[in-house]
Design a protein around this ligand. Structure first.
Ligand code: BES
Ligand code: MN
Ligand code: ZN
Length: 483
């Protein structure tokens, strides 16, 4: 869907304006008495209901007028306009329209540039559907016209388009079924992100073995689909500027390995690559925006399968950092591949910060549910900045502690550490403790997206998060990188 901006409403199939209770509606231009009365009636019928819509047929410039309710002013959040814009776009699609127009609210509620971005995000992301394996495709309008009175808000539209495309790309790759998306396929997908400042390298199994990536090769050993380490380097800033490294777990399917998972909902473990997909989406958006900064994406990708070559409980493996790990559960595989990637990222790039994304622990869902991601960090400033971006983007993260006592949970009798904590205690933090051990003192934040990476039964319904992967983290990190 293309997005056009204009300062004055032109003829349109559907003219959408936001309404808030009985407040005056602007953006409809001159209406004849009959239409004006019908609009008022529709508004009164909607009351202050968030996400309610009312359609009035009539008006000069529009075939139809769509009123979309923002709910009570006192209850508005940074997600309200995005949420309601999703409802609006879905309505336009449902009416089988090829084009529709949305009036960007003037100041008052919030900066028009912020509103415009949220409208773009909400509309674009809610029109996305994973349908590459379906014959019948859903109708999507070709054009959305945004009426923006404030000229300074126009650049925000382009930026929001690119960021939304990054999030949609993350969703699309993450939704791929595991038989169609092995590590090698993921590497091909990464290579196809084209930009003159972007370089992609892929390290295959033999070289991984040779160079000591013992976590990745152990976990990848049970599958006929070889492991890959995917590295994307985007250099948009000065060569001397240290990059931000983004690491993403990409287990294309997690059976649990020899410590095999129960059968219920195992199909959801195709989403165990979501961390990696988030990093792909971020890199795509960063490149699309030509950001003047240096970013490196590192995506360890494996398929965790039981098989003749599989690693076992009891194995002791040597990680890239040089430290050894006792394997107590082959289903705790994410931390092993991430530990290699984090250690490599720190050694190779001396980054100013490392942020990793991973569907790492079921315990994170127990602790925080399916609408908030868990964050563990060794650096208060980095964590605070991510929390600020979280508040702005409404991609929610909540920080969990990590002190020496927690580090003690992964002590092993026979190796430098073990790949599990103690029983069910603080599973998200003991996993983070394992990652912490892979690195020296680079500022680092780990974001456990097990609950938020795809829609689950208890996920809050949002029009821009249709069933499946959510692309969580793309908007968050784009905000972080631009702030
Ligand atoms: N990918 C899973 C975590 C997961 C489970 C994410 C369910 C989303 C939904 C991870 O590899 C895993 O299996 N973790 C284990 C760790 C345990 C064995 C220490 C877990 O959480 O049970
Ligand atoms: Mn697992
Ligand atoms: Zn996993």
């Amino acid at each position: 869907m293309r997005i056009i901006t204009t300062t004055a409403t032109r003829n349109t199939q559907l003219l959408c304006v936001f309404v808030q209770g009985a407040e005056k509606i602007s953006g409809l231009g001159k209406l004849d008495a009959g239409t004006a009365a019908a609009v008022r009636q529709a508004r009164d019928d909607m009351g202050s209901c968030l996400g309610a819509v009312g359609i009035v047929h009539g008006g000069r410039q529009a075939r139809r007028i769509l009123l979309a309710g923002l709910g009570k002013k006192s209850e508005m959040t940074g997600d309200t306009v995005r949420f309601v814009s999703g409802v609006v776009a879905k309505k336009a699609a449902e009416l089988n329209l090829q084009e529709f127009t949305v009036v960007v609210p003037l100041g008052g509620v919030q900066d028009p540039a912020v509103s415009a971005s949220q409208i773009v995000e909400g509309a674009k992301m809610s029109l996305y559907k994973f349908e590459r394996f379906k014959k019948e495709k859903k109708n999507i309008p070709d054009v959305m016209t945004l009426v923006i009175k404030s000229k300074s808000a126009i650049p925000a539209v382009k930026t929001a388009e690119v960021i939304s495309d990054g999030a949609i790309f993350a969703k699309e790759v993450a939704n791929m079924p595991p038989n169609e998306c092995a590590p090698a396929t993921l590497a091909e997908i990464a290579k196809k992100i084209k930009n003159p400042r972007l370089k992609c390298r892929v390290i295959g199994r033999d070289e991984l073995k040779r160079r000591g990536f013992g976590g990745i090769t152990a976990v990848g050993g049970g599958s006929r689909n070889d492991p890959k380490l995917i590295i994307l380097e985007y250099f948009g800033g000065a060569k001397s500027q240290r990059p931000t490294v983004l690491v993403g777990k990409a287990v294309t399917f997690d059976t649990g390995g020899i410590s095999i998972k129960p059968r219920e909902r195992m199909e959801e473990m195709k989403f165990d690559k979501c961390g990696g997909c988030t990093v792909l989406g971020i890199i795509k958006a960063v490149a699309g925006l030509n950001l003047k900064t240096n970013i490196v994406g590192i995506i360890p990708s494996v398929e965790n399968m039981p098989g003749g070559g599989a690693y076992r409980p009891g194995d002791i493996i040597r990680l890239y950092s040089g430290k050894t790990a006792e394997i107590l559960n082959t289903d705790a595989e994410g931390r092993l591949i991430l530990a290699d990637a984090l250690a490599y990222g720190e050694e190779r790039y001396s980054p100013k910060a490392i942020i990793d994304f991973a569907t790492l622990t079921g315990a994170c869902i127990v602790a925080l549910g399916t609408n908030v991601a868990g964050m563990v960090s060794n650096d208060d400033r980095l964590a605070a900045r991510i929390s600020e971006s979280s508040a702005r983007t409404t991609e929610e993260v909540w920080r969990l502690p990590l002190n020496e006592d927690y580090m003690g949970m992964i002590k092993s009798d026979v190796a430098d550490m073990k790949n599990m904590g103690i029983g069910a205690a603080a599973g998200t933090i003991s996993a983070a403790a394992f990652l912490r051990n892979a690195m020296r003192d680079t500022p680092w934040a780990h974001i456990d997206i097990a609950g938020v990476a795809w829609t689950q039964a208890s996920t809050k319904k949002k029009p821009y998060n249709p069933k499946g992967a959510t692309g969580f983290g793309v908007r968050l990190i784009l905000d972080y990188l631009q702030s």
